[in-house]
Design a protein around this ligand. Sequence first.
Ligand code: SF4
Length: 227
Amino acid sequence: MVEILDRLGAEFEPWRRYTDDPFLLLVGTVLSQNTNWRNTRTAYNRLIARFRTPRQLATADEREIRELIRPAGLFRMKSKRLKDISRVILEKYGGNLGSVLRMPPEKAREELLSFPGVGYKTADVVLAFGAGRDVLPVDTHVFRIAKRLGFASPNDDHEQIKLKLEKVTPVGRRGHAHMFLIQLGRRYCRARNPLHERCPINDLCPIGSRYLRRKEPSSRVRARSKN
Ligand code: SF4
């Protein structure tokens, strides 16, 4: 994993999350469900220009939220979810997620998972990028790539993959691992038609290695050719 992260770190620009505010991370992650980053970003910017705190969202007219987040798709479900989450944060924690994030890691995760519609990925994104916890959130790209790289078995579920990836990722690099693997998934290791030949870690990947062996002898491992 260390070599993979080093290669990806050389390949991709450092990527900063759009915010480190835990509540806004939660909002952005809910909006990102089943859509791409561009649509998420548009909906997010429209929404937070108008409502950006749990209190504001909890008391907002749901129809207005719907219209603001329409570009993200599934806007009825997402507007309801955002209002429900905001209401819980307001009623249970006085509108501030800080007390949750200061809990011991497992307890904080459990608490976030109890929010309406908050799943593992969303909880872990908030913990990693909103609370500085050393966890590796597993999204759809990370889930797929962990199996392709052989870090996880074909039948592993989300939690098994998370534990296996965290075990092989050096402490302090798990948030970066999440971001680099997402970029790898968007650019090369796509769900359909992955670009094995151009992939910067093809010689470190079982699938990529098999692909390279099948190629003409003149084919070169891309990463090596950069040296
Ligand atoms: S070589 Fe192919 S399967 Fe392996 S990580 Fe790269 S794109 Fe994905």
